[in-house]
Design a protein around this ligand. Structure first.
Ligand SMILES: Cc1ncc(COP(=O)(O)O)c(C=O)c1O
Length: 394
């Protein structure tokens, strides 16, 4: 049996409801506003386009052009920044938290900073309240990227709701998936209209793409289960991302996805708890094994582990351990194999000292273990055994 790296349990009932355009109470937008206690939530066809709409809106509020973000995160984040006519400014990460926190981000703030974009990597919260406290008197926006962190909290408040703007993703690898999609949240009355205008300008998906969303969301509801994933793996693997994206779509979020999302958001707490149980099992089982380092979790925070990151001593050991886990059937992954500055030669030409050494080192040492709600406990136990055995023999 093979267990996929990511998965949202989508019941046949939720799918059936999504296919029925009429009836049913409430909207995803209202449910998110209510559940997250946020003034306004807008929905978009992807997390990337939600960020893009946000940046276009923020441009109307300032002439500044720089956005500060971690060198180690989703490389696709460069695309909406550049498409909005802005300049990405990278900063390093902490090798302890695997995030860029106030210590890493704030030294880069300058006279041309439009905003900072802290990212809650893998669902591990970064210290956004501290950044906001320090920037309180500055005309600088905080755009919280919680694409992988839906369900996480800092001081009992959901991430993505404590800054000027926050974003979640509903992509297929995320904590709640409607195949694609993104949400943008703000409590700032002066930003709502501008972001909403940008999102509403996105075109409705054409027939082909709308059909793809429906077909793939049904397929996704099956392949998250180890039985179906094992059966359909040769087919499913054709749809995995393998190359660096050079552009992104700006389709709007569909009513079908909203109906599906509404069913799923009600389960967010259950799913987050299952992720936490799986992660806690790994923390207990792995913390005494020599050669493994676990991430430091921010105090007063509740992670919503998208996947569970572990650090191995070096790239060769990581590869050996990765192969050993894969042999057990659990699909551990190497996300992201390279930091952003090593992918874009116009950001760093590769000459001289590496400007973001922690980002580079972590990208070579990190291994992600699936902890989504459909990972069987036995799969985690087997993976732990494989890790322990492999490290003993190295
Ligand atoms: C940290 C982060 N930000 C933004 C995104 C973009 O989200 P989407 O895939 O919905 O466009 C991703 C997706 O992988 C991500 O991991």
């Amino acid at each position: 049996m093979k267990t996929p790296s990511a998965g949202t349990p989508i019941s046949p009932f939720a799918l059936l409801r999504a296919f029925m355009p009429f009836g049913g109470k409430g909207t995803l937008q209202a449910a998110m506003q209510d559940q997250l206690n946020v003034t306004w939530c807008g929905l978009s066809g992807s997390g990337t386009s939600a960020i893009y709409a946000t940046l276009l809106a923020l441009r109307k509020h300032s002439d500044k052009t720089e956005i500060i973000l971690p060198a180690y995160t989703a490389p696709s984040l460069i695309l909406p920044i550049r498409k909005a006519g802005l300049t990405p400014v990278l900063c390093d990460i902490s090798p302890e938290t695997l995030n860029s926190g106030s210590k890493e981000i704030l030294p880069y703030v300058g006279s041309n900073t439009l905003g900072i974009m802290p990212v809650h990597m893998f669902g591990l919260p970064t210290d956004v309240p501290e950044m906001n406290r320090q920037l309180k008197n500055e005309p600088i926006f905080t755009i919280e990227d919680a694409a992988s962190a839906m369900g996480a909290e800092i001081d009992n408040i959901p991430v993505a709701t404590q800054s000027d703007v926050g974003v979640y993703s509903f992509n297929r690898g995320k904590n709640l998936s409607t195949f694609t999609g993104g949400a943008v949240m703000t409590n700032r009355e002066d930003l709502i209209q501008d972001i909403n205008t940008e999102i509403n300008a996105f075109p409705t998906p054409d027939f082909k793409y709308a059909l793809k969303i429906r077909t793939f969301s049904v397929a996704l509801s099956l392949v998250v289960h180890p039985f179906w994933y094992s059966l359909l793996l040769p087919f499913a693997s054709k749809f995995k991302y393998t190359s660096l994206h050079t552009d992104f779509h700006t389709w709007s979020y569909t009513p079908y996805q909203s109906r599906l999302g509404l069913k799923l958001i009600r389960k967010l707490e259950t799913f987050t708890q299952k992720r936490a149980n799986n992660a806690n099992f790994l923390i207990q089982a792995l913390s005494d094994i020599d050669g493994i380092k676990l991430p430091t979790v921010l105090a007063n925070s509740r992670p919503a582990y998208n996947q569970f990151p572990i650090l191995l001593p070096d790239e060769t050991t990581r590869e050996t351990v990765h192969q050993a886990i894969l042999k057990t059937g659990l699909e551990a992954t190497l996300l992201y194999p390279d930091p952003i500055h090593r992918l874009y030669s116009d950001i760093w030409d590769g000459q001289g000292t590496d400007p973001f050494p922690n980002a580079t080192t972590i990208s070579k040492r990190i291994l992600l273990i699936p902890v989504h709600p459909l990972v069987p406990k036995r799969a985690l136990e087997r993976a732990v055994e494989a890790i322990a055995q492999t490290l003993k023999t190295i």
